[in-house]
Write a new protein. Structure first.
Length: 252
C-alpha cells in the first residue's frame, strides 16, 4: 500500500507555510489544509501509539541505555522492516512521525524520510513501528516543491542563499501559485509571494543564479523557454546569413 502525495491543482494559488528546505529547487511546503491536518495527525498518532505499553517500556529502556543488556532474541517485529517500507517512530521530544525507510545499515539503523515534513533522520530499527491501516489513508502532508523558473547553479546553491530562503519561508502570510507538476519527480514548481506583494521570491533569488549549466529536472517550462530562446537566436543568424549570401550573389 502506497501513501500518495498531496498535489494542489496546477494554476491554483493558496496560502502556504514553509517546512523543510534542502535548496531552492528542493523544499517542502504546507497548504492551509495540510498545515491544519498536520496538527490533527500529530495528536492522532500520539493517541494510537500511546496504547502500545510494551513499546513504551522498550523505548524507556533504550533511552536509559539498559537495552544493551536485553538478549537480541527479544527483538520486536520492527527489525523486519525493509527499504521502501512505511513506518512510524517517536522522537526524543515524544512526537510521533510517519516515515519511509530509504536505507538500512549493518548496525541496525535506518535512514527514515519523514513524509509529513520532508527531512530525514537516522533511527534505530528497533524503535520503528508499523503504520496502522487508517494511517495510509492520510496523504503525505508536506508538498515537494521547486521555485519555478530558477535553474540550479553549476556549483549548487550556496548555504547562505539556502539559509536566506529558509528564513523567508518563516514569514506569516505567504501565498504560492503552483505553476507546473513533474510526474516523474513528483515535484511542483511554485511561485511564492508575501501577501499583497508584487515581487515573488522567485524574482528575489533570480540574481543568485550563476552559470545555468545544470537544468532542473522538475521544471519543464525552463527547458521549453530556453529552447525557444536558442531557436530564435539561430533563426536570426540564419536569416542574416541567407540575406548576405543572396545580396553578394546578386552583386556578382
Amino acid at each position: 500500500m502506497k501513501i500518495p502525495s498531496l498535489n494542489p491543482e496546477v494554476g491554483s494559488m493558496v496560502r502556504v507555510y514553509g517546512s523543510h528546505v534542502n535548496d531552492l529547487n528542493d523544499f517542502y511546503l504546507y497548504s492551509s489544509w495540510s498545515h491544519h491536518k498536520l496538527l490533527q495527525l500529530d495528536q492522532q498518532l500520539a493517541e494510537a501509539y500511546s496504547q502500545s505499553s510494551s513499546y513504551n517500556i522498550y523505548l524507556f529502556l533504550f533511552k536509559i541505555n539498559i537495552i544493551s543488556f536485553i538478549d537480541r532474541s527479544s527483538t520486536t517485529a520492527s527489525e523486519e522492516f525493509n527499504i521502501g517500507d512505511y513506518c512510524a517512530y517517536q522522537s526524543e521530544n515524544e512526537v510521533w512521525y510517519r516515515g519511509l525507510i530509504r536505507e538500512r545499515d549493518s548496525n541496525g539503523n535506518a535512514i527514515v524520510f519523514k513524509i509529513d515534513y520532508g527531512d530525514v533522520q537516522h533511527i534505530p530499527i528497533r524503535l520503528l513501528r508499523p503504520l496502522e491501516e487508517w494511517m495510509f489513508e492520510v496523504p503525505r502532508l508536506a508538498i515537494h516543491c521547486s521555485l519555478a523558473d530558477l535553474v540550479k547553479p553549476i556549483n549548487d546553491w550556496s548555504s547562505e542563499v539556502i539559509s536566506q530562503f529558509g528564513s523567508q519561508l518563516t514569514k506569516s502570510f505567504l501565498y504560492g501559485k503552483f505553476i507546473n507538476y513533474n510526474k516523474s519527480t513528483d515535484i511542483l514548481s511554485v511561485e511564492i509571494k508575501e501577501k499583497e506583494s508584487n515581487i515573488s521570491f522567485n524574482k528575489v533569488f533570480e540574481p543568485y543564479q550563476k552559470e545555468q549549466s545544470t537544468f532542473p529536472m522538475n521544471d519543464k517550462l525552463v527547458y521549453k523557454r530556453m529552447l525557444i530562446k536558442y531557436l530564435f537566436i539561430y533563426f536570426i543568424f540564419l536569416t542574416l546569413f541567407v540575406e548576405r549570401y543572396s545580396n553578394g550573389k546578386i552583386r556578382s
